[in-house]
Every structure is written in structure tokens, then in C-alpha cells.
Design a protein around this ligand. Structure first.
Ligand code: DGL
Length: 270
């Protein structure tokens, strides 16, 4: 039994870490497409082609269920994959819905009509491709009314994190928060809509101010996965061991992953 966790690069490790803590007995196969990161500047066809190739590799590794721990792939490719590509005995799930359910105070699978919620002014920080897709606003509109969302495309942040240049990443976070605040001076909540961004959580919180509630996906997705597996135990797949696969340079990716998770992580070539 193994569950796949996919990202364009290192960001999905934030989700993997939370999921592994929440479900210590489940083996996870992590796939980082580091050779092709960042996805956030690619077009939707490109993201679809890369994401489907990665998911196929995870099926070969014994996963029947794959979490796209990548907002860009969830926004640009998941709907198309679900419509025509995923075999009936496999599942691929994205990362938007648990976050939006938390923001709109809904429990899993609550499909009641959209209603007013406590937060009215929400800042969304995400990659250029996720912002362009408007997928977040679409999913939110199914569940909430009267929420004003201002989106800020955070060019450069994923590249800086992938390169391990956290000083540059911090400076970029500050300038993206400044740009957002020029459009929406007083957000009540901020969504980190890219799984790389929790690695910069403190920089976002400091730039936004302590009174802004910052939502990120790792724990929300881990809880939602635990709930899903409780209801669908047959989706655990045949894989027996946890593995870390990358299309990039395994030594370089292992060293960055070890730095970010503060435990030894060893990647192998995908
Ligand atoms: N972690 C991915 C996301 O959540 C990063 C996308 C990218 O590679 O630009 O969107």
C-alpha cells in the first residue's frame, strides 16, 4: 500500500511531511519533477503533459491514489485528467478543496448552496499559472458568497526556493505582499496557494502583519487524506516502501530536501 504525492519540485514536501506525521503507517511515494520546475510559468498543455507523465510513473511505483500537491497542476491539469484520462481503478486528487473548505468553514463533502462566511477580504498568493486559471475563485464561488479575493502572482519565488536562495525568496515575498497591499490594503486572511510557500510562511506572516490569518495547505490536505483513506481503504495501492523520486539531480534535490525538512531525505532518479 502506497500513496503518491506529486509536485513540480520541493514544495509538495510540505504536504508529504504533514501526511507522513498524520498517517505514520502509510508508505508514501514522493515525485518531484525538479527537472521541469517551475510549472507556474508554463501553459496548461505543458503542465498537463508533465503531470500525466509523473502520475503514470507513480502508478508504476504501486500507487493507486495520487495527491497533486501542486496548485499549478491542480488548477491547470486536474479537471482535464479527471474528465478523460484517469482509469476507473485509480484516483487523482488536488489540493484546493480542503483549503477552501477550511476558509468557508465547511466539513468534507458539504455540497450545500454557497453561503455568507466570516471572512470578506482574502488575499491569494500563487504562481502566475494558478492565478491565470482562476480555479481558486471558481471553487470558492461554489461554496461562498460575498468574498472579495485579490490574487497576486508571485513570480520568481518558486525558482528561488528550488535554488535554495531563501534570501532572494524572502525579498520577493516582501515585494509581492507590498504589491498585494496596494490593491487590497487590509486583507483579513491570506491563502498560500502554492505548496512551496509554507517554506516561507514566516516571511509572509511578517510582511502581512500578525493580525492576518495565513492559511496553508499541508495540515488541511493531510487531514483530508486521512479522512479519504478511512472511507476508501482499498485505494492504498500495492507499493510497500516510501520512496522519493525526482527527474532532477538526486544529490542536489536530496540536499535541498534535507535542508527544508530537517531530516535526511534521499531521492532516487525517477
Ligand atoms: N508547488 C507548486 C504549486 O503549488 C509550484 C508550482 C511551480 O512549479 O511553479 O503551485
Amino acid at each position: 500500500m502506497a500513496v503518491g504525492i506529486f509536485d513540480s519540485g520541493l514544495g509538495g514536501l510540505t504536504v508529504l511531511d504533514a501526511a507522513a506525521k498524520r498517517l505514520p503507517d502509510v508508505p508514501f511515494v514522493y515525485f518531484g519533477d525538479n527537472a521541469h520546475a517551475p510549472y507556474g510559468v508554463r501553459d496548461a498543455d505543458d503542465v498537463y503533459t508533465l503531470t500525466t507523465a509523473a502520475v503514470e510513473r507513480m502508478w508504476e511505483a504501486g500507487c493507486d491514489l495520487v495527491i497533486l500537491a501542486c496548485n499549478t497542476a491542480s488548477a491547470a491539469a486536474l479537471r482535464r485528467m479527471q474528465e478523460s484520462w484517469i482509469p476507473t481503478d485509480k484516483r487523482v486528487l488536488g489540493v484546493f478543496v480542503p483549503l477552501i473548505e477550511a476558509l468557508t468553514e465547511r466539513s468534507w463533502g458539504d455540497n450545500s448552496p454557497p453561503r455568507e462566511v466570516a471572512v470578506k477580504h482574502v488575499a491569494l498568493f500563487a504562481t502566475p499559472a494558478t492565478v491565470a486559471s482562476r480555479a481558486f475563485q471558481r471553487e470558492l464561488a461554489f461554496r461562498a458568497i460575498g468574498v472579495d479575493v485579490e490574487a497576486q502572482a508571485c513570480g520568481g519565488v518558486v525558482d528561488a526556493i528550488e535554488e535554495g536562495d531563501l534570501i532572494l525568496a524572502e525579498a520577493l515575498v516582501q515585494s509581492h505582499v507590498d504589491a498585494l497591499k496596494r490593491k487590497m490594503p487590509n486583507p483579513e486572511a491570506a491563502i498560500l496557494g502554492c505548496t512551496h510557500y509554507p517554506l516561507m510562511h514566516d516571511a509572509f506572516q511578517a510582511a502581512l502583519g500578525q493580525d492576518v490569518a495565513v492559511y496553508s495547505q499541508a495540515n488541511l490536505v493531510a487531514d483530508s487524506l486521512a479522512d479519504y483513506l478511512g472511507r476508501h481503504p482499498g485505494m492504498m495501492g500495492t507499493g510497500e516502501e516510501s520512496r522519493f523520486l525526482t527527474t532532477g539531480d538526486p544529490a542536489k534535490v536530496s540536499s535541498r530536501a534535507t535542508q527544508f525538512l530537517r531530516r535526511k531525505i534521499t531521492f532516487e532518479k525517477a
